[in-house]
Design a protein around this ligand. Structure first.
Ligand code: SF4
Length: 337
């Protein structure tokens, strides 16, 4: 089918083979950008994390299974070249894919010297069929020389930098041991502006102690920062994490599917229509997920979200309010002490 995608920044014709959801999905964006389906190849560059190796702190975020990021164990099992070739083989045979994105996902993928990062990124981009570079990182791990390196790739391909915010509330960031505050994220976004690469933010809905108003405040912050894309996760529990221990002790409750569906719609309604929604659910390998069970069926979750939008007669941006400056709600009270 053909459809017009209208946003604050652009109007484009998109050709897709299925009905479009009431939000700007990553799939739609990629089809528009590259003229065909493009798949990500998740890569492990052997990065540790400043929140684990002591650069910022140790212990990592409460929801992260970061044992594999400990510095003395941090060697990727296979080279980038092997990972790319294996990923392309699998995706070609499974989906007939022709174009791919190199997605540096594991750990903090800017936590290294410029020389190391250049070598890894260059290796990934040495394949003609790799048409984009995605890099996941933290807001406190983006010094100027690394931002210059990342922006140097925009001449070669589409580049997207993913930065974890999780919530705009410092009390929740402290609870989850993120090791940075919300102002650090806003600063990173401002330093990334105008460099030619896309910026994607990660957020988590359903954090303990966060009210509906708190989560909508996070939506407003994200909506006001001129970001290109967002990944929205429901809080989910992964095996062998501090969060699992809290969950098993009954200190943390996890949202029901219905609660999350309503919340996700409320959140997405407040985002600009032009912001690409890379993800709308938590993601954990089957064996590692502890809760919630409904998280396992992503297609069913997305169908429920679309159904809720249809029931309301709304879509992404229905409640978006343009702001002339970043909206930044400061919360002072500690959530758990
Ligand atoms: S979630 Fe990200 S920032 Fe937090 S410990 Fe894991 S890799 Fe580090």
């Amino acid at each position: 089918m053909n459809a017009e995608l209208t946003s604050g920044r652009k109007t484009n014709t998109v050709h897709t083979d299925r009905a479009e959801p009431p939000y700007l999905s990553f799939r739609q964006f990629l089809t528009e950008r590259f003229g065909e389906r493009v798949h990500r190849i998740a890569l492990d560059g052997g990065f540790t994390c400043p929140n684990v190796d002591g650069t910022v702190t140790t212990g990592g975020c409460v929801y992260c299974d970061n044992r594999s990021f400990s510095p003395n164990r941090r060697l990727p099992r296979r080279s980038i070249r092997e990972q790319i070739e294996h990923g392309m083989d699998v995706l070609r045979s499974r989906y007939g894919s022709k174009k791919f994105l190199a997605y540096f996902q594991a750990g903090t993928n800017t936590h290294g010297t410029v020389e190391k990062l250049r070598r890894l990124y260059d290796e990934a981009l040495s394949y003609r069929d790799i048409v984009g570079l995605m890099i996941g990182t933290r807001p406190d791990c983006l010094p100027e020389p690394i931002l210059e390196l990342i922006s140097s790739y925009v001449r070669r391909c589409w580049v997207c930098l993913e930065i974890g915010l999780q919530t705009s509330h410092d009390r929740s960031l402290r609870w989850m041991n993120r090791g940075h505050d919300a102002a650090c994220f806003v600063d990173a976004v401002q330093r990334c502006r105008g460099r030619g690469f896309d910026l994607c933010v990660h957020v988590i809905l359903g954090l303990p102690g966060e009210s509906h108003a708190d989560m909508m405040a996070t939506a407003e912050t994200c909506a006001s920062l001129g970001l290109d894309a967002i990944k929205i996760h429901n809080l989910h529990v992964v095996r062998d994490t501090p969060l699992e221990a809290m969950f098993r002790r009954g200190e943390v409750t996890i949202m029901s599917l219905d609660e999350y569906v309503r919340l996700a719609c409320d959140f997405v309604e407040r985002l600009p229509p032009s912001m690409v929604i890379h993800r709308l659910s938590g993601d954990a390998p089957g064996d590692y997920l502890v809760a919630p069970e409904w998280c396992r069926n992503k297609s069913a979750l997305l169908r429920e979200i679309e159904k809720e939008f249809r029931r309301r007669g709304t879509r992404q941006g229905s409640r978006f309010r343009e702001q002339s400056a970043p909206v930044f709600h400061r919360t002072a009270l500690p959530i758990v002490d």
